[in-house]
Design a protein around this ligand. Structure first.
Ligand code: ANZ
Ligand code: ZN
Length: 812
């Protein structure tokens, strides 16, 4: 066996005569991408008898800037997992598509002065090329595009099912409005008071809107989380908090002067006798209805005007200085104590969108009420003692506070379950979205478009800029707006609002199971075969948006017996974001964006993929740093040389060494298999690197090489295929099986290790064959017999022969 000159060899395999070809990622990668596409290697069978896996990654917005590192990370993870599952014998579907409606696509089109349809087509083609160049095993036969009328026909159809079930309704309401994007937004799209898309401060605007009654599903959405043991706790907790269930009571107070009711929601009915004032939200109708009785109505109205300019987030912040104005001239009466007159304030820390928009304030027990009372010098009454028993509460004195919650509710109010979740504002005043399939008729009112008339195709127009008036650009297209009422056949008008960008993604995984079906969004049998999704790789940022919305749609469709699974995704695997080399979030303005196209061109996609996974644990955020990528590239070059040099007929004398490779190989197969299943991708790469440094000078049989290449395949698929081809492989590695692990070979065996003093054998111990001198010494120098012999002598030298002996040379 020729000992490879590894240092030379890694520079491109010029070392021995056997490594004829240099590792050239460009030709290899193009060749195998073409091979996989023409052989349909990754197309999943709908009819195979094998058990299934449905592996999903979030489909991208095809932005004009192309896909970025933030896509590469989860897609590579999903790809490795899918390839592994195929090797493990599962019929695995790993589909991909385009979430191409919505603001990002439209804003890009506006900025560059091209029609969104044109730019979307171009961007999709470009992104698809990118994905193919990354060696992804997507099943392109199932590709979907949310802007394709054959696709959004079904998005509209599902909307109609929601409508028919009473889950879609029209109402005029004060909604979030983004002044820059010139459209209404859902609560979920407002984060920290700003638009989730563009970062503008969100305003309030009174608009006619379509809403989806997601609140009807609040309980189901919560309950469903309990049946998702494979979801990470932080993700479940975030959804749970967003749904925000509170158990409490509604209690009616009365205005002393008019006997009008003022209803509050409280989670602490037991503190009723501690109420020393009430607060209503600035939007509360009681202010208008009692305005003639409020002496300081001018001051009140001025306060309301400024309060309404603040966002809900600002208003609700705990640390904010409390402000408010007393409604002079009116009071409330405390239920249970007619004699107590309670002042009423308007203050912006009470939100109109929650509970009843009015509260009973208990400064002794509620922090915000306490701060407010302090500022406005209002009394504080203790009603719960240190033992949790009621005091100052008339006939309830002495009751335990938990029990008093029930008894006080029973006497003065009624139990109430309150959710923070609001109905989903489902219309946008933008062009680039699915038209809402509704017709407005003067006689018949709101009429759904008959299913046979779907899709309602988005008209091709020249002007698609948002109007900013609260009307969609579609409203200006008379030829499209004017239509016939499906019921009475008289002239009527189309709904001109479009759906939000979250519509198409609320059911896309279902369509992957049956993307070409013309009769239904997906055939039952196909859904039965593939759903639920086994693993969904995606970002934390979608937890209370896409991940919540799509669970909602799935539950509705399940209740209508249209989909078999009650929950869409068995397991959710979030990833950490990819930061720029400087540790900051990658952004154009900071100039720290690393473009995958540049990296893959220079280093090859195999290297790029492996390096991405190697950067750190899948769940943690990682900083991309070009400096480390050379290490991965060298690893692949070593693989190239090792396999090429072993591509020979093996003489019998190499059997013993081949056994060492065999052991290392079993260890590797075992480790990588376990690590992929636990999404510990970075450690799989380390294990492979360690394997190669262990075996790179050892001969291996073709059969061993083949097994190693199977292990490498999910990660660096192109080079693995090429090397397999070089050693005589006739089919794609994807059609192989994951190698068996022989447990017996996993045990590290120990070797006899001799301890000498001045060349004389003194002791025999057992050590792992690769123990270092340091490890050997730490054991040897602590042996009693050795210690005794060395006592008082001066050590001159230590001679260490790895795996064999340690000779201690001392002065006699
Ligand atoms: C009296 C009280 C005493 C309260 C006490 C709390 C503690 P969660 O858990 O979020 O549901 N509240 C009710 N409606 C509100 C609104 N629209 N804007 C601001 N605050 C509102 O909180 C419910 C509690 O928040 C309610 O119970 C009410 O204050 C307040 F020691 O009533 B509580
Ligand atoms: Zn009509």
């Amino acid at each position: 066996m020729n000992k490879p000159n590894s240092s030379k060899a890694t520079k491109g395999g010029k070392a021995g005569p056997k490594v004829r070809k240099k590792y050239n990622h460009k030709t290899i990668e193009a060749k195998w991408q073409e091979y996989w596409a023409t052989k349909k290697t990754f197309v999943a069978s709908d009819t195979s008898k094998k058990p299934k896996k449905f592996i999903l990654v979030e489909f991208p917005y095809p932005s004009g800037y192309g896909l970025h590192m933030g896509h590469l990370r989860p897609y590579t993870a999903g790809d490795v997992y899918s390839k592994f599952m195929r090797l493990k014998g599962f019929e695995t579907v790993f589909p991909m598509g385009w979430d191409a409606f919505g603001l990002p696509a439209e804003n890009f089109a506006i900025k560059h002065g091209v029609h969104p349809e044109v730019s979307t087509k171009k961007n999709v083609a470009n992104a698809k090329k990118q994905l193919q160049s990354w060696g992804m095993s997507f099943d392109w036969s199932r590709e979907v595009n949310t802007t394709d009328p054959d696709y959004y026909k079904w998005t509209q159809w599902i909307f109609l099912q929601l409508y028919k079930a009473g889950l879609a309704y029209e109402a005029t309401g004060l909604i979030n409005w983004c002044p820059k994007d010139k459209t209404g937004l859902a609560n979920e799209e407002v984060q920290g008071g700003v638009c989730e898309r563009c970062g503008s401060a969100v305003e309030k605007k009174e608009l006619r809107q379509w809403y989806l009654r997601i609140t009807n599903y609040a309980e189901k959405l919560l309950a469903g989380l309990r049946h998702l043991p494979e979801w990470p706790e932080p993700v479940k907790l975030q959804q749970e908090n967003w749904i925000g269930k509170s158990l409490g009571a509604e209690i009616d107070f009365h205005i002393a002067e008019t006997h009008e009711k003022l209803k509050v929601f409280t989670t602490r009915p037991d503190t009723l006798f501690g109420v020393t004032f009430m607060v209503v939200a600035p939007e509360h109708p009681v202010i208008k209805s009692l305005s003639s009785r409020i002496h300081n109505i001018k001051e009140v109205n001025e306060y309301i005007d400024t309060a309404l300019q603040r966002t809900e987030i600002e208003r609700g912040a705990d640390d904010k200085e409390k402000t408010g104005v007393r409604l002079e001239g009116i009071h409330a009466i405390l239920p249970g104590d007619e004699a107590r007159e309670i002042p009423i304030f308007v203050a912006d820390y009470v939100l109109f969108g929650y509970g009843t928009g009015a509260i009973m304030a208990v400064p002794a027990n509620d922090e915000r009420d306490g701060a407010f009372a302090k500022k406005y010098h209002l009394p504080v009454i203790q009603v719960i003692d240190d033992n949790g028993k009621l005091i100052n509460s008339r006939e309830f004195n002495g009751e335990d506070f938990e029990a008093a919650k029930k008894s006080i509710t029973a006497r003065f109010g009624k139990g109430k379950i309150q959710y923070k979740l609001r109905d989903w504002v489902f219309s946008r005043q933008r062009y680039w979205g699915e038209p809402i399939p509704i017709i407005h008729c003067e006689q018949c009112g709101v009429v759904p478009v008959p299913e046979k008339d779907l899709p309602v195709v988005l008209p091709k127009v020249k002007k698609y800029l948002p109007t900013g008036t609260g009307e969609s650009p579609l409203a200006g297209i008379e030829s499209w707006v004017n239509t016939k009422c499906p019921k009475c056949k008289k002239s009527a008008k189309r709904e001109t609002n479009t759906m939000p960008q979250w519509a198409g993604s609320s059911w896309y995984w279902l369509r992957y199971t049956d993307p070409k079906n013309k009769k239904i969004f997906a055939d039952k049998k196909r859904l039965q075969r593939w759903t639920p999704v086994d693993i969904y790789f995606g970002g934390m940022e979608h937890t209370t948006l896409h991940l919540l919305y799509s669970r909602f749609w799935n539950q509705v469709l399940h209740d209508q017996k249209l989909v078999p699974a009650s929950e869409p995704y068995d397991k959710r695997v979030p990833h950490g974001i990819v930061l720029g080399p400087d540790g900051d979030k990658m952004s154009k303005s900071k100039g720290n964006v690393v473009d995958p196209a540049v990296i893959s061109k220079q280093w090859g996609s195999d290297t790029m993929r492996m390096y991405m996974l190697f950067l750190g644990p899948h769940g943690s955020q990682v900083a991309w740093n070009d400096q480390g990528i050379i290490g991965v590239r060298r690893f692949l070059e070593r693989v190239w040389v090792w396999v090429n040099q072993n591509n020979v007929k093996r003489p019998a004398s190499s059997v013993k060494v081949a056994h060492d490779v065999e052991k290392a190989l079993h260890k590797l197969v075992d480790k990588v298999g376990k690590d992929i299943e636990s999404f510990s991708f970075n450690t799989t790469i380390s294990a492979m690197m360690q394997f190669i440094s262990e075996v790179k000078e050892l001969p291996a049989s073709k059969e061993q090489l083949r097994r190693f290449l199977i292990v490498l395949f999910p990660f660096a698929s192109h080079i693995a295929e090429e090397l397999n081809h070089i050693i005589g492989g006739k089919k794609s590695l994807q059609n192989e099986q994951w190698p068996e692990v022989n447990k017996r070979l996993l045990k590290e065996d120990l070797v006899d290790f001799i301890v000498q003093i001045n060349g004389k054998v003194r002791e025999k111990i057992q050590l792992p064959p690769d123990a270092t001198q340091e490890q050997a010494e730490s054991i040897v120098l602590n042996l009693q017999k050795i210690k005794d012999t060395l006592e008082g002598r001066q050590m001159v030298r230590k001679i260490f022969v790895p795996g064999r002996l340690l000779n201690l040379v001392v002065k006699l």
